[in-house]
Ligand binder design. Structure first.
Ligand SMILES: NC(=O)c1ccc[n+]([C@@H]2O[C@H](COP(=O)([O-])OP(=O)(O)OC[C@H]3O[C@@H](n4cnc5c(N)ncnc54)[C@H](O)[C@@H]3O)[C@@H](O)[C@H]2O)c1
Length: 367
């Protein structure tokens, strides 16, 4: 198989911790072709650590000189759209950090770029590729546990005030949104995927309760799905008891995940109530698997599709669905009523920004 030549843009927190090791951890199918970062020290350190000599401060120059097959975008969120579109127009697939971007309007521009260029932009969704997730999803989708009825996705994390010392964090213009989109994105995206049906409407409250930031530090939401299922979601960075908890209560079993940052196979469990009314652990659903580095697993999946000339699994259309859900949650918080799937269209202020732009920001914080 031809190796995919990969350029990584952004050698900061997640670039250095997850993406660069993911590329170099797949030596049979991937080659680290170049690294791009504006910060010369980070660039030099990343080059030395990951054995790459093609170091750039400008994506355009890297694209011109290296013509990579895949570009990883691991920059702050407000740069995802322009960098992803630039890379696709140069002929590369893109593997872009979450959140894909900050509005449905922006996601639609990325979708248009996919159509215009014939390239694909895949959003990071590492919980879907982490240990156990695919096994649970396959068994739920097979119907062996019956229809999903009730879902839970609680992301209770802690970020102290110093977390927002990095200038792009905490601001609508550069981070777009807070705990729900930045931290809880993983659990929310995973639950929406596991529940199977489409979400139909969401009712939410998002607010900034404690941290000195523009974006929200907590939200709660209730969701209705196609077919009648319901779910509850809690997303916060204010919890001193850190946990990520997910449940899918299906007709004949309940699937549970208790993790923090990265699901492992052993953190999943499935329970059933037997004829005597006693809860029993179900043990025949999982197959042993090697420990999974989820960014690497998703990258390997993308490369397999790229190599086969096939459409990848998680295209912009799929990522847009999660983004639409998040947008609807914020809109619901603002208008104080449930928001339906498909309701936020051009002309709606929430179509152009997760926080609907300036006037709404003021209304939300001082209303
Ligand atoms: N999937 C996850 O688990 C996870 C975890 C953390 C962050 N993230 C996401 O990853 C993204 C980056 O977050 P981070 O914490 O790594 O940020 P960071 O600030 O630590 O790193 C970003 C890097 O991008 C570089 N950069 C900025 N503009 C650039 C440009 N125009 N060209 C090239 N390089 C540029 C910066 O110099 C910096 O080194 C965000 O979207 C964030 O939400 C995802």
């Amino acid at each position: 198989m031809k190796k995919a030549r990969i350029g990584v843009v952004g050698a900061g927190g997640i670039g250095a911790a997850a993406h660069l090791p993911a590329v170099t951890g797949l030596p049979d199918i991937a080659e680290l072709t170049a690294i791009v970062d504006l910060d010369p020290d980070r660039l030099a350190t990343a080059g030395a650590t990951f054995g790459c000599e093609n170091l750039y401060s400008d994506l355009a120059v890297m694209l011109e000189e290296q013509k990579p097959d895949i570009v990883v975008v691991a920059t702050p969120p407000h740069l995802h759209e322009p960098l992803a579109i630039q890379a696709m127009r140069a002929g590369s697939w893109v593997f872009c950090e979450k959140p894909l971007t900050g509005s449905l309007e922006s996601a639609d521009r990325i979708l248009a770029a996919e159509e215009e260029t014939g390239q694909w932009c895949v959003t990071v969704s590492q919980f879907r590729y982490a240990g156990g997730s695919r096994q649970v999803r396959d068994d739920l989708a097979s119907g062996r546990w019956g229809r999903p009825l009730v879902g839970v996705a609680h992301t209770s994390w802690y970020r102290g005030p110093e977390y927002w010392d990095i200038p792009w964090r905490g601001k609508f213009a550069t981070e777009f949104a807070g705990a729900t989109t930045t931290q809880a994105h993983h659990a929310i995206d995973l639950l929406l995927w596991l529940m199977g049906g489409q979400w139909l409407s969401v009712s939410g409250i998002a607010d900034t309760l404690s941290r000195p930031i523009e974006v929200e530090d907590a939200s709660v939401a209730t969701v209705r799905f196609d077919g009648g299922a319901v779910a509850t979601m809690l997303s916060t960075v204010l919890s001193h008891n850190q946990a990520t908890t997910l449940q899918v209560m299906a007709e004949r079993a309940t699937v549970n995940l208790d993790t923090l940052y990265m699901p492992l196979l052993e953190e999943w469990s499935v329970r059933q109530v037997d004829a005597e009314g006693t809860t029993q652990l179900v043990t025949d659903w999982s197959k042993p698997e090697e420990p999974v580095q989820a960014h690497r697993a998703q990258l390997a999946n993308i490369i397999a599709h790229w190599s086969a000339g096939e459409q990848p699994e998680l295209t912009t259309a799929e990522a847009r669905s999660t983004l639409e859900f998040l947008t609807a949650l914020y809109k619901s918080s603002h208008v104080g009523a449930p928001v339906a799937r498909g309701e936020i269209v051009p002309g709606d202020p929430f179509y152009t920004a997760l926080d609907a732009g300036g006037p709404t920001r003021k209304a939300r914080h001082h209303g």
